[in-house]
Design a binder for this molecule. Structure first.
Ligand code: 48N
Length: 321
């Protein structure tokens, strides 16, 4: 005997409300926007669709011509920002906005810029920023929930992609990603103490940097700049690069080492401590915790954004000297 059809219990009022159609933008929600004319004309006309003709070499030339023109132009930069995490990108946005006349190169070891700011904490994607960092979100036009002493961006990638897209649109800023800074360019200062001034960075494609041990040394490239801003994050395979290099060059005795998690103290310390460490080198973000022995703050990102803003301000003080 066929099992009797299972008759679903009547939906409760509450289940009715959970139906997807109540989501804004659904049939019963806000009317969907229309696409532009060329795209609308494409829809349901795929049988006649075809791309314009191209030759493979044209694609290669379109890419390489621009890349090598950028390498040539930015070989002499005004400012180099090392690390395109939340601090580096916030710094680039601030500097690029305030000084569109400055040529700013960002060097990022990862193929994907953004560093640790694509997720909030763990896999919980919302991003918390404590006030007054909401001012930076307002500046960028990133929407957030206001929770009183702090705000929440619904997805960390919304913050990161917004600041990234604005920086990439700037005429005076160039991102060299998948490119590692593997040393600093130095000059002797005239003081008797044998001090140095940082005068640029030494770069290599990250994959090359990772294989120096198993390939003959592939000589690097360089970018000359009177000012470098290092925001390479706390210690890790690539992290805390510039501060570790200052120790190995005997310009710093030793690192303070990032301390345990203390949200209350960590964020103020990082923002207020962002500064020029040796002539020509400003350090910000979590890389700074490695010098000063500052606490870590875990999944709150206001200090990264405002350390980037402060690093930009410190750079303009130095640059306008
Ligand atoms: O996101 P990070 O690691 O660094 P910050 O300082 O921008 O932001 C830190 C933040 O994400 C946290 O760590 C949060 C707040 N958690 C704190 C906590 O308690 O743990 O970005 C650094 C970027 C990365 O994209 C690296 O790939 C890049 O710097 N990088 C380099 N790029 C070029 N050359 C190098 N030598 C290099 N080293 C790191």
């Amino acid at each position: 005997m066929a099992p009797s059809a299972i008759i679903a219990p009547p939906e409760s009022e509450q289940e009715q409300q959970l139906k997807p159609s109540s989501v804004a933008g659904g049939k019963n929600g806000v009317a969907p926007a229309t696409l532009n004319k060329p795209l609308s004309a494409m829809l349901s006309n795929w049988s006649t669709f075809s791309f314009a003709p191209i030759r493979e070499s044209t694609v290669s030339r379109a890419m390489t011509r621009r890349y090598f023109a950028d390498l040539d132009a930015y070989a002499e930069s005004d400012i180099v920002i090392v690390g395109a995490g939340s601090c580096g990108l916030s710094c680039a946005y601030t500097l690029g906005s305030l000084r569109p006349d400055l040529r700013i190169a960002i060097v990022e070891a990862g193929v994907a810029p953004g560093g640790g700011a694509w997720l909030g904490g763990q896999l919980f994607s919302a991003m918390v920023m404590r006030k007054p960092a909401d001012a930076f979100l307002e500046e960028l036009g990133v929407p957030f929930d206001d929770e009183g002493d702090y705000v929440v961006v619904k997805h960390a990638a919304l913050f990161t992609s917004t600041v990234l897209s604005k920086v990439l649109r700037m005429e005076n800023v160039k991102l060299f990603n998948a490119t590692a800074v593997e040393d600093l360019i130095t000059r002797q200062t005239d003081d008797a103490a044998g001090g140095i001034r940082i005068a640029g960075v030494v770069t290599n494609w990250t994959l090359v940097s990772m294989h120096h041990d198993d390939q003959s040394c592939m000589d690097p490239n360089t970018i000359n700049a009177p000012l470098v801003i290092s925001t390479t994050g706390h210690d890790g395979p690539f992290g805390a690069f510039s501060v570790k290099r200052l120790v190995s060059m005997k310009q710093l005795e030793q690192l303070g080492g990032m301390r345990g998690l203390d949200m209350q103290s960590a964020e103020d310390a990082i923002v207020k401590g962002t500064r020029e460490i040796v002539p020509g080198l400003i350090v910000g973000g979590m890389e700074l915790s490695e010098i000063d022995g500052a606490n870590r703050m875990g999944p709150t990102f206001g200090a990264m954004a405002l350390s980037g803003v402060k690093a930009a301000e410190e750079a303009l003080k130095v640059f306008d000297l």
